[in-house]
Structures are given as structure tokens and as C-alpha cells.
Design a protein around this ligand. Structure first.
Ligand SMILES: Nc1ncnc2c1ncn2[C@@H]1O[C@H](COP(=O)(O)OP(=O)(O)OP(=O)(O)O)[C@@H](O)[C@H]1O
Length: 345
């Protein structure tokens, strides 16, 4: 297979298992974001793919070749880490040419490649500038260009944008994705920022406790989370306990609802309902009964908090669809069956 395959990859540090039996296929030319809370093992997994750490179990294949024990410098990788590690005393051009120079590439080839890469990162004409005179975003692009100078098989980045301020980071996410698509290079990025992962990735890999909880497209992860952890970690959601009796009648937070099914043979489950999928109505009509506790008007969106039997849920709407409610008012909360994701216990 063309691309990267992780087969039962495990990393133990003494008795602690940082990465546990990870199975993942990354087809050639795709963009994968590894996402998860601090300590979930994403950096350790990336370091093993890079050859900076050796797995204690399993194997890593690149384009059909077992590279588990191949040293980093023979894996043909481009790497960018949060620190960037640009050479401060060298110019932009010298930084980008560095990997070519140490491989003994002829001077003319180095210059041609540097010009190509500078055009790609929108910094043509910056070749002779010292990197110390660049902005954060420009440095970021130079680090990316340097990593791509050797036309690597695999492009690995660990929290590459986290040092940038929010606006610049968002712009760079789009740039990085566009560059990856233009080059068709297999890319793996570690991030703790779910918005970043959703922006850039073909496949988001959500990890927890050294294991993959779900690997799927961003929209699949958002719309069809595999479990309560993924549902809660990606975006915000309302997690509501539901029970079905032997005749299939469902109660949510102890109140009967119509139209919702937990699936055959499931008696207890958690429903995940995104705030934008919750509709408020008048009390009654098969909806859950609750009381409005708070309204947060953020201009672009309005969040309405509703207490249902001691549980707080949130509904989000746009100003146009603003619910006409006030704090203390009883409301009905409609659970549309097609937006309730049933997460088995
Ligand atoms: N060299 C090491 N020796 C012992 N434990 C380690 C070592 N490296 C990592 N760990 C542990 O393995 C776990 C996973 O670490 P890792 O750096 O992969 O997490 P992460 O998901 O990248 O977290 P963060 O987002 O905070 O960087 C952590 O509990 C960490 O303490």
C-alpha cells in the first residue's frame, strides 16, 4: 500500500503504556490530524513515526516498507516542531537550502529549489533576509519550506502553529492545508486544537489514554462521534441519559419522549445532541419540559441555557432564529430523532 501504516504500535515507558496497540492507515497524499488531551500519547506516536522513539511493540510501514527500525535520517521525512529550530544566524534562503547543502546538492539546484519554495510560501524576494527579521508567521512558513526542501515522503508537524496568535494561526491553517493539497504530500499534524484539526484534516484521529477512540473525517467525527469522550471533546454537546422500557418507550432525563429510539436491545444509553440541533418550543407537545436559566447573546450566536430536572443543557441559535424566551420561563425542548446520536453505555 502507498502511504503509512501503523500496525499494533505500542510504546511503554517502564510500566507505563503511553501508546497502546495503535492501528492506523494513512493513504498517500492525505492529511491526518492527531488530536487529544494533554498526555494522550500523540507526540509519542509522532516521534515513533519519525524514528525519534522506538516502539516497544508493533510495526510501522511506509509505502510497503517496514521502517520500524530505519533511522530518522533515512526515512525521507520533513519535520516541523513548535520550536521551529531555524538557524538564527542564517538567511531565509540559507535556512531553506540547509538540508540540500548537507546532502551535497549542487549550488544551482539549491538556488532553484529555494526560489520554488519561496514562491510556494509567498515569500519570494526574502531569500537574503536574516530570519531574525521575520514575523512569527513568516518564520513558520520558512520552517515549513525548509522541511519540504528535500521533497519528503512524509511531512510531520508537532503543534506547529501553537506559538502564533489566534488570527494568524487560523490563516496559517488554511495556508498549510492549501500547500499540502498543492503538493499532495502525506502529512501528519499533532495538535490539541480541534478547530485546527477540523480545518486541515482529511482524517481526524482522536486519542485518549494512548488509544485511538475514533479516526474519521472531521464531519463524521462531529456528526457521528463514536463515544461520549469524542462527542464531548469535539465541539460542544449535550449528553443526556436515556432509557428504554421493554416496549421501546424512551425516557430522557426521566421524561417520556416520542420518536427517539435507542436501537434494538439497548435499554440504557447516552444521547449526544449538538446545541445547534436543540429546538425550543412551548411546553408540552412531546418535548422535554425545562426552565430557561440564562441567555448569553454573543452577537453572532445566542446560547440559551435550560434546566431539565436539575441538568443544564444549552441550545444555540442565530440572531434571526432567536427564541423569544426570558430567564425563568418554562419551555419545551424538542429532540429531533435524526440529530440524536445514541452512544451505547
Ligand atoms: N520519555 C518518557 N519517559 C516516560 N514517560 C514519558 C516519556 N515521554 C512521554 N511520556 C509519557 O507518556 C504520555 C504521553 O506523552 P505525550 O508527550 O505523547 O503526550 P501528548 O498527547 O503529546 O501530550 P501534550 O499535548 O501535553 O504534548 C504522558 O503521560 C507522558 O508523561
Amino acid at each position: 500500500m502507498s502511504g503509512l501504516a501503523l500496525n499494533n504500535v505500542t510504546k511503554e515507558f517502564g510500566t507505563f503504556t503511553a501508546v497502546n496497540n495503535v492501528e492506523l492507515t494513512v493513504p498517500h497524499g492525505t492529511f491526518v490530524c492527531m488530536l487529544g488531551p494533554s498526555g494522550c500519547g500523540k507526540t509519542t506516536l509522532l516521534r515513533m513515526i519519525a524514528g525519534l522513539d522506538l516502539p516497544t511493540g508493533g510495526a510501522i510501514n511506509l509505502d510497503g516498507e517496514d521502517i520500524t527500525h530505519v533511522p530518522t535520517h533515512k526515512r525521507n521525512l520533513g519535520m516541523v516542531f513548535q520550536s521551529l529550530a531555524l538557524f538564527p544566524h542564517l538567511t531565509v534562503g540559507e535556512n531553506i537550502a540547509y538540508p540540500l547543502r548537507i546532502r551535497g546538492a549542487p549550488k544551482e539546484d539549491q538556488k532553484k529549489r529555494v526560489d520554488e519554495l519561496l514562491a510556494m510560501i509567498h515569500l519570494s524576494g526574502y531569500s537574503d533576509r536574516p530570519v531574525s527579521k521575520l514575523s512569527g508567521g513568516q518564520r513558520q512558513r520558512v520552517a515549513i519550506a525548509r522541511a519540504l526542501a528535500i521533497s519528503p515522503k512524509l511531512f510531520l508537524l508537532d503543534e506547529p502553529l501553537s506559538a502564533l496568535d489566534a488570527k494568524l494561526r487560523e490563516a496559517m491553517q488554511v495556508e498549510l492545508r492549501q500547500l499540502q493539497q498543492q503538493l499532495g504530500i502525506t502529512t501528519i499534524v499533532v495538535t490539541h486544537d480541534q478547530r485546527e484539526a477540523m480545518t486541515m484534516a482529511d482524517t481526524v484521529v482522536v486519542m485518549k489514554g494512548g488509544e485511538i477512540r475514533q479516526a474519521a473525517s472531521p464531519i463524521e467525527i462531529y456528526r457521528r462521534p463514536a463515544d461520549t469522550f469524542v462527542a464531548d471533546f469535539i465541539g460542544s454537546t449535550n449528553l443526556l441519559e436515556a432509557e428504554a422500557d421493554s416496549t421501546g418507550h424512551v425516557t430522557v432525563l426521566g421524561q417520556p419522549v416520542s420518536g427517539v429510539s435507542l436501537g434494538a436491545d439497548t435499554r440504557k444509553a447516552t444521547l449526544s445532541i449538538r446545541p445547534e440541533d436543540i429546538h425550543l418550543t412551548a411546553p408540552g407537545d412531546g418535548a422535554l419540559s425545562g426552565t430557561v436559566t440564562f441567555v448569553r447573546d454573543l452577537g453572532g450566536t445566542i446560547e440559551t441555557f435550560v434546566d431539565i430536572a436539575g441538568r443544564q443543557i444549552v441550545a444555540v441559535s442565530t440572531p434571526r432564529a432567536r427564541p423569544e424566551v426570558t430567564v425563568g420561563q418554562p419551555v419545551g425542548v424538542v429532540l429531533l430523532p435524526d440529530v440524536c446520536v445514541v452512544l451505547a453505555k
